[in-house]
Design a protein around this ligand. Structure first.
Ligand SMILES: [Zn+2]
Length: 202
């Protein structure tokens, strides 16, 4: 987590105390020279003043923090489009898309479009789940690839990319997830996989 946090070039939380920066309030920013470049600090002015630093900023300035404008990213997935995409993918039956298909199905289940009716464990540790369209009763037999949690966000991103049209099916199919090949899937235990919709799609 901390690594991910460090990658951000513009902070939305105070680098020193970790609390959110306040919209339209003063912010103290600094660049610290490191071996690999510059590390950026964006801090509450009071945090900066009271911090005991053992380094000299390469650059230091006072500014005003503006919270990012809320885009319509709250619900990047339109339910109708997701249902359409699922139908398309189920029809295609491309093994390379199994993760995307599953995440899409879970998403639709969470959106109350689909309901899970049955689940059948297979010998290889995967599960086939039967989803039913609440409205028209269509059923989908979806392979639950027992996705690892660490791959989940990547698959969700792929789903969003497909739905928003930034990526084509071909592009997504040709970018398989690392560490999620067949050998890996069969070797993985239960603790690190997503078993049902409960942990998916916040
Ligand atoms: Zn602070």
């Amino acid at each position: 987590m901390s690594q991910e946090w460090n990658i951000r070039s513009r902070g939305h939380v105070c680098t020193l105390c970790g609390r959110p920066l306040v919209d339209k309030a003063p912010v103290t920013s600094a660049l610290k020279e490191t071996d690999s470049g510059y590390e950026r600090f964006d801090c509450h002015p009071e945090c900066w003043k009271t911090a005991k630093l053992d380094w000299q900023p390469f650059s230091l300035w006072d500014g005003v923090y503006f919270a990012p404008v809320k885009e319509e990213k709250k619900e990047p997935v339109k339910k109708e489009d997701a249902g359409e995409l699922l139908r398309k993918l189920v029809t295609l039956d491309d093994p390379a898309m199994k993760n995307v298909v599953y995440v899409l199905a879970v998403l639709l289940e969470r959106s109350k479009i689909l309901v899970e009716r049955d689940a059948k464990a297979l010998d290889d540790g995967t599960v086939k789940r039967v989803y039913e369209d609440r409205k028209n009763g269509d059923t989908f037999v979806i392979l639950d690839p027992r996705l690892r949690l660490e791959n989940l966000s990547e698959v969700q991103t792929q789903v969003v990319e497909l739905l928003s049209g930034t990526k084509t099916l071909g592009e997504v199919a040709s970018s398989p997830l690392p560490g999620n090949d067949e050998a890996d899937a069969s070797a993985s235990g239960d603790e690190n996989v997503v078993g049902d919709g409960e942990h998916v799609v916040g």
